[in-house]
Design a protein around this ligand. Structure first.
Ligand code: FES
Length: 136
């Protein structure tokens, strides 16, 4: 497959200009995002879902440090998927290696919402509580 999807938005992130909310599932934790506080963390694109999660104490695995070089930060944007910039080719390639891929899958470190709507972010079970897993 190749070519350009005419429905694609730009892959350049557009930062929000107003506060909005992100709910992380399944913990049901809702956080208020204020763009003037970006970046919240040192990992992922400023204003990305990973940046927002880490800045609010929500653990999302991010083995490569948020530079689009793994797929451990895979999340599903059950709401607000369309408020993020289109995934770039590098992100698409990494997502192809992620287990449990869904139509609204994104890499948390790359997906930057533009703040035009609230988000519901589902963190897959394989990406939760890694630190609590029993040693093998
Ligand atoms: S943390 Fe590695 S791709 Fe997002």
């Amino acid at each position: 497959m190749g070519g350009i999807n005419p429905y694609n938005q730009s892959t350049e992130p557009v930062l929000p200009t107003q506060p909005y909310k992100v709910t992380f599932e399944p913990m049901g934790k809702t956080v208020e995002v204020d763009p003037k506080d970006f970046p919240y963390s040192d990992d992922g694109l400023p204003g990305s879902v990973l940046d927002i999660a880490l800045g609010h104490g929500v653990e999302v695995d991010h083995a490569c440090g948020g530079v689009c070089a793994c797929s451990t930060c895979h999340v599903i944007l059950d709401q607000g998927f369309e408020t993020c910039q289109e995934a770039g080719e590098d992100e698409e390639d990494m997502l192809d290696t992620a287990p449990g891929l869904e139509l609204k899958s994104r890499l948390a470190c790359q997906a930057v919402p533009d703040g035009t709507g609230d988000l519901v972010v589902r963190i897959p079970s394989w990406n939760r509580n890694h630190a609590k897993e029993a040693p093998h």
